[in-house]
Design a protein around this ligand. Structure first.
Ligand SMILES: N[C@@H]1[C@@H](O)[C@H](O)[C@@H](COP(=O)(O)O)O[C@@H]1O
Length: 259
C-alpha cells in the first residue's frame, strides 16, 4: 500500500485524475466510481480535463459501488442520480454504460448476483475509487462484513445513517438498507484508490492503514490488495504513526513510478 499525504483536497483530486487518466488509455477501460463528498475534487478535475483538455470517456464503462434500497432511481439522493449529477452527465460517457446496483429491484438477491456477473463480464474494474466512512466502511460494507463478501444487501449502522442524514430532510428518511459491492468484489479491482480528508476521518484512516487487517475496519482490506493507493490530507493523516516514512518514500519516489 502506498500512502500519499497531500496538502489539499485539490491536490488529491489531481493525483486521482492522473490515475483515472492512465486507465482511460486502455482500449476498453472499466472505471469504478464512488459517491460521497470525498471523490468530488477528483470528479471536478476529471470534468475540467474533459472540457479543457479533451480527456475522453467514450470507450469507458463505469460501475458504482453501492445504492440505497427502496429509493427510486430518479430520487435525487439515489446514488444512481448522484453520480450522474456530480460526474457522468458532464462527460462523454454513454449513460447506458454507467451501472449501479438497482436498489428498487423486486428480487434483490438476483439483482446482486446480476451486478457481480456484469462486472465480471466487462472484464473487471481497472481502477476503483473509494471513500471511507467514519466507522471504516468502504462502499457500504459496515464493520464485521465478510472479507470475501460479494455484492449483497446490508443493513446500515445508525452511525452511517446519521453521517448521511445531511443529504436527507432527517435521519429517519435515510434508508435502513443498501446494496453494496462486497469486500471480495472490491478486492478484484486491479487498482484501489482510497481518498480521505478531514480530522473526522483520521481514526478510520489509521485503523485502515496501520491497524490489523480485520472486518472490524472493512477498509483494512486495502492492506491485502497488491495495488492500493491511499491519498489523505494532513488532517486525515494526523493519527498515522508512520507518516514520516510515507513522506520520505514519496520524496524519494522514482520519477518513472506512477501511483
Ligand atoms: N456509501 C458511501 C461511501 O462510499 C462513502 O465513502 C462514505 C463516506 O462519505 P464522504 O466521502 O461523504 O465522507 O459515505 C457513504 O456511506
Amino acid at each position: 500500500m502506498e500512502v500519499v499525504i497531500c496538502e489539499s483536497a485539490e491536490e488529491i483530486g489531481r493525483h486521482v485524475a492522473d490515475a483515472y487518466e492512465a486507465v482511460l488509455r486502455l482500449p476498453a477501460p472499466v472505471i469504478g466510481l464512488a459517491t460521497g463528498s470525498s471523490p468530488l475534487a477528483a470528479y471536478h478535475e476529471l470534468i475540467r480535463r474533459h472540457r479543457d483538455d479533451g480527456l475522453s470517456f467514450a470507450h469507458a464503462t463505469a460501475y458504482l459501488l453501492d445504492e440505497y434500497v427502496g429509493l427510486p432511481a430518479a430520487h435525487p439522493e439515489s446514488y444512481a442520480a448522484v453520480i450522474r449529477r456530480e460526474l457522468t452527465d458532464h462527460l462523454d460517457l454513454d449513460p447506458a454504460r454507467v451501472h449501479s446496483p438497482r436498489g428498487e429491484a423486486d428480487d434483490l438477491v438476483a439483482e446482486c448476483a446480476r451486478y457481480d456477473a456484469a462486472i465480471a463480464a466487462s472484464g473487471g474494474v481497472d481502477l476503483q475509487l473509494l471513500g471511507i466512512g467514519t466507522d471504516g466502511h468502504v462502499g457500504f460494507n459496515e464493520p464485521m462484513s465478510s472479507l470475501s463478501s460479494r455484492t449483497r444487501l446490508k443493513t446500515l449502522t445508525q452511525q452511517t445513517r446519521e453521517d448521511n442524514a445531511r443529504f436527507f430532510a432527517s435521519v429517519d428518511e435515510v434508508p435502513t438498507h443498501v446494496l453494496t459491492q462486497g469486500l471480495g468484489t472490491i478486492l478484484e479491482a486491479r487498482h484501489l484508490v482510497l481518498v480521505a480528508t478531514g480530522e473526522d476521518k483520521a481514526e478510520a484512516v489509521a485503523a485502515a492503514v496501520e491497524g490489523p487487517l480485520s472486518a472490524r475496519c472493512p477498509a483494512s482490506i486495502l492492506q491485502w490488495h497488491p495495488h492500493a493507493t491511499v491519498f489523505v490530507d494532513e488532517a486525515a493523516a494526523s493519527r498515522l504513526d508512520f507518516a514520516a516514512y510515507y513522506r520520505h518514500a514519496l520524496a524519494h519516489k522514482p520519477a518513472w513510478q506512477r501511483f
